[in-house]
Ligand binder design. Structure first.
Ligand SMILES: *Cc1c(COP(=O)(O)O)cnc(C)c1O
Length: 372
């Protein structure tokens, strides 16, 4: 019997239930953390983490600008101020140098930032050793947005185990999915307990319904947790498939000096390669841009996407302070996410490489004397 069938035949189609407990145990094992809380989305997980850490209106939350809006929206729900930090070029994630500048700028205004929130974008781990050292130096909590990074590691330690607490997502597009879902993982049992309480309508212990603080309905259902448990069993295969996709693209693009892929910054860093991304160097690409490539692919019904548009360029965050020198903007200008699903076939790659070869022909020195 499958895990999902079990949820139905045991008639445990209610919110919560034994699969939620099992999924939470397995998530804390998978991330090497003491406690886990299964939730309805990654966005809800980030919101609850901020509340459990005591974030208040007006507090500074230091966020990576180069990310998906799901990182930032929960900061707005709390009334805190998102302070946007640029990326560095090794991982494309939070730049420790800009981070320190932001903290010092806050301190000069008499504001001690409350939380640092790095993201492991596209599965590539952020520079957690440097970021944690800065966080400890100033006594600031770290919330890892590991929504895209389940299965990524630094020195064999899982992404999500470095900060004080981490958020995961099981949205439909992520490396494993419950169709929609998320989780918090942490060694801080008190924070996980607090988040669990707030996520379940903040019911005070009493025989009747009694409430002294505002709560939310953010838990994951037993049926979706059963799906999650099945998905967790194949995370290793998913990571292998995504990494194999990256290798195929890397070999293909080796012939084109104008196109680069993000390498793992050191041998101890392993990305789950959730998405394979490329950068088109405008100095070498003879007028071909990421948009030329995107449109040519679209014509053949192949979906690609520009990299995340940085949050400091988004109208909704126009008032947020920003620290950096524009790397995230250049990544957005020149970068493209390629088809990266775990089920891509040889025929799919043939189609993709066929379009790319045609578009990039002017850039390939050996194209004129190749066999075809
Ligand atoms: C997907 C994602 C989120 C939000 O997760 P949901 O489950 O979709 O709410 C947050 N941050 C990042 C970086 C993400 O990719």
């Amino acid at each position: 019997m499958t895990l999902v069938q079990d949820a139905f035949t045991s008639n445990w189609v209610a919110p919560l239930g034994p699969h939620v407990d099992g999924f939470e145990r397995e998530l804390s094992d998978a991330t090497g953390t003491g406690h886990a809380l299964a939730l309805s989305s990654g966005t809800a997980a980030i919101h609850l983490a901020l509340l459990a850490m005591g974030v208040q209106p007006g507090d500074w939350v230091l966020c990576q600008s180069f990310t998906f809006v799901g990182t930032l929206n929960p900061v707005m729900y709390t009334g805190a101020t998102p302070v946007l930090i640029d990326s560095e070029s090794d991982s494309w994630n939070m730049d420790p140098v800009a981070l320190r500048k932001a903290i010092e700028a806050g301190l000069r205004k008499g504001i001690k930032p409350k939380v640092i929130m790095p993201v492991h974008l596209y599965g590539m781990p952020a520079k957690m050793t440097e970021i944690m050292a800065i966080a400890r130096e100033y006594g600031i909590f770290v919330l890892e947005d590991a929504a895209e990074a389940l299965g990524s590691t630094i020195g064999a330690r899982p992404a999500g185990s470095f900060g004080d607490i981490a958020a995961l997502s099981f949205n439909g597009n992520k490396i494993i999915t419950t169709s929609g879902g998320g989780a918090l993982v942490s060694d801080r049992g008190d924070w996980i307990d607090r988040a669990r309480f707030i996520a379940t309508q903040a019911r005070d212990p009493a025989p009747h319904y009694q409430h002294s603080v505002v709560g939310y309905n953010y838990r994951l259902s037993n049926v979706l947790a059963a799906i999650g448990r099945g998905q967790l069993q194949v995370i290793g295969e998913r990571v292998n498939a995504r990494r194999a996709n990256f290798e195929r693209y890397r070999e293909f693009f080796a012939a084109y000096s104008a196109i680069s892929l993000l390498a793992e910054p050191s041998p101890d860093v392993q990305s789950n390669r959730w998405l394979t991304t490329i950068l088109v160097d405008p100095a070498l690409s003879e007028g071909i841009t990421r948009e030329t490539i995107r449109l040519a692919m679209e014509k053949e019904n192949i979906e690609t996407r520009p990299l995340w548009k940085p949050m400091h360029l988004q109208p909704v965050f126009a008032d947020a302070p920003y620290f950096g020198d524009g790397l995230a903007e250049r990544l957005f200008e020149d970068g493209l996410c390629l088809p990266s699903g775990s089920n891509l076939t040889d025929a799919d790659f043939d189609r993709v490489f066929d379009v790319l070869s045609k578009i990039l022909r002017p850039l390939c020195a050996s194209s004129t004397d190749s066999a075809n």
